[in-house]
Design a protein around this ligand. Structure first.
Ligand code: ATP
Ligand code: MG
Length: 437
């Protein structure tokens, strides 16, 4: 008899478009990068901050600016079903960090250096290096106004490229000046684009009077020539802004950091002023920016806090890892030291006590698992042991276990003689299983 209800096919569910599963062995690359970032941040004295993935929508609308790509078209926003609150999955995390810093008065006795890692969400067209859930690692220095902090953050990013072995990353810098300087530039910019109305696309026309700086960020090839000819904000900078930039570049020069001044560089959010910068590679096509940031001295006020200067950057983890992969970096090797081969269920209690003893000494060990029929043949267990990448097999056979012993067999090197070891004293021989590395 066929039970039709049991046979009914259940539709297979798949993940959301543009949102990726990060699977082994790739996940090992992620962990390795995160590990290097933690060590880097410790060296520079940056502390970890973890803020919620969901924030009030108003935080991003006010913080990033209404007339920006992110706020106009990329946010995952929804209404809280119970109280109607307008919420958004964070598209970036500078605004969230600033909110938290203000909310918890973290600047009460001076500046704070903070870093974060985590997922961000933007409704973009998925393509290589551009996803709907992606990950950023970011660093923010809040409460400091000097250009030396801008430089410190840039040096920190450069150190990271060195640590992980990324070459061919070019640094571009610009200064967006201060609000008064931007007002002058804005008028010149509007006049320039008004003279070239016929080349502007609809979006550019709409934004021209709302936020003309955004036009410089347009990716429309037809507009590039007019953008290229637009008045440069750099030419509108006053003495103070120029000297801030000078502090930054003199520190970079003294540290041998190469950069190019790019007067067209504007960032996608309105919160920036003075220094802005991007680390760019030519290896990822149009998605070449792997890290971007700048100064945002007015954002704390924007979210209702006391004025406090700040500067920071965020890097795209997927793009950095893709670059590393492209470079043909060795995939992180399996870290399994040993694989336990076991022949009878009755041995499990003493075998697992032995394995626990090994793990307590830092050995990584995987145990063969039984199936409904019991344990597989030695031969097929050894196949598994080989596939696991482990360097040693620990054989818990009948002869061994009845004598309180385990056979240790090298899976990599036939020259290494097989030895037996006492099951109840794993601490005595644990170190012989660990690689020197
Ligand atoms: P782009 O011009 O490529 O859209 P952006 O200016 O919007 O970048 P930022 O908001 O400055 O990007 O984010 C910092 C970094 O995060 C980027 O340089 C990039 O490496 C990464 N990033 C941004 N958006 C995405 C995305 N949708 N998918 C993957 N990485 C992203
Ligand atoms: Mg973008």
């Amino acid at each position: 008899m066929v039970d039709t209800t049991a046979q009914r096919r259940i539709e297979k569910l798949s993940g959301v478009k543009g949102m990726n599963d990060i699977l082994p062995p790739d996940s090992a690359r992620w962990e390795a990068l995160e590990h290097q970032v933690r060590s880097l941040m410790r060296r520079f004295g940056y502390e970890n901050i973890r803020t919620p993935i969901v924030e009030p929508t108003a935080l991003f609308v006010r913080g990033l600016g209404e007339v920006t790509d992110i706020v106009e078209k990329e946010m995952y926003s929804f209404e809280d079903r119970l109280n109607g609150e307008a919420l958004t999955l964070r598209p970036e995390n500078t605004a969230g960090v600033v909110r938290a810093v203000v909310e918890h008065s973290l600047l009460y006795n001076g500046g704070k250096r903070l870093y974060y890692m985590g997922p961000m969400f933007r409704h973009e067209r998925p393509q290589r290096g551009r996803y709907r859930q992606f990950h950023q690692i970011g660093a923010e220095a809040l409460g400091f106004s000097g250009g030396e902090l801008d430089a410190e953050l840039i040096l920190m990013a450069c150190d990271l490229w060195k640590d992980i072995g990324l070459e061919d990353v070019a640094l571009q810098i610009n200064s967006l000046g201060q609000p008064a300087e931007r007002t002058l530039h804005r008028a010149a910019l509007i006049a320039h684009f008004e003279r070239n109305l016929d080349v502007l696309d609809d979006e550019a026309k709409r934004r021209l009077h709302l936020n003309p700086l955004r036009l410089l960020d347009s990716k429309n090839p037809a507009m590039q020539e007019v953008i290229e000819a637009a008045p440069r904000l750099l030419d509108f900078l006053g003495e103070a802004s120029r000297s801030h930039l000078g502090v930054v570049t003199s520190i970079l020069d003294a540290n041998g950091v190469a950069y190019t001044m790019n007067p067209r560089l504007v960032r996608g959010m309105d919160y920036y002023n003075l220094t802005v910068f991007e680390f760019v590679t030519t290896k990822l096509g149009a998605q070449g920016t792997i890290c971007a940031g700048g100064r945002y001295d007015y954002l704390t006020e924007q979210v209702g806090g006391k004025p406090a200067p700040a500067v920071g950057w965020a890097m795209g983890v997927e793009r950095v890892l893709e670059l590393l992969k492209e470079k043909g970096d060795a995939t992180a090797v399996s870290t399994t030291d040993a694989y336990a081969v076991i022949t009878e269920a009755a041995f499990l209690p003493s075998v697992m006590a032995c394995l626990q003893g090994l793990r307590a000494q830092g050995v990584s060990v995987q145990m063969h698992a039984s199936s409904a029929e019991g344990f597989a043949s030695m031969k097929s267990q050894f196949k598994r042991a080989d596939a696991s990448g482990a360097r040693f097999a620990l054989v818990f056979g009948k002869d061994e276990v009845s004598a309180g012993l385990v056979s240790v067999k090298s899976l990599r090197d036939a020259q290494v003689p097989q030895v037996t070891q006492p099951m109840d004293h794993p601490e005595r021989w644990a170190s012989s299983l660990q690689s020197a590395a």
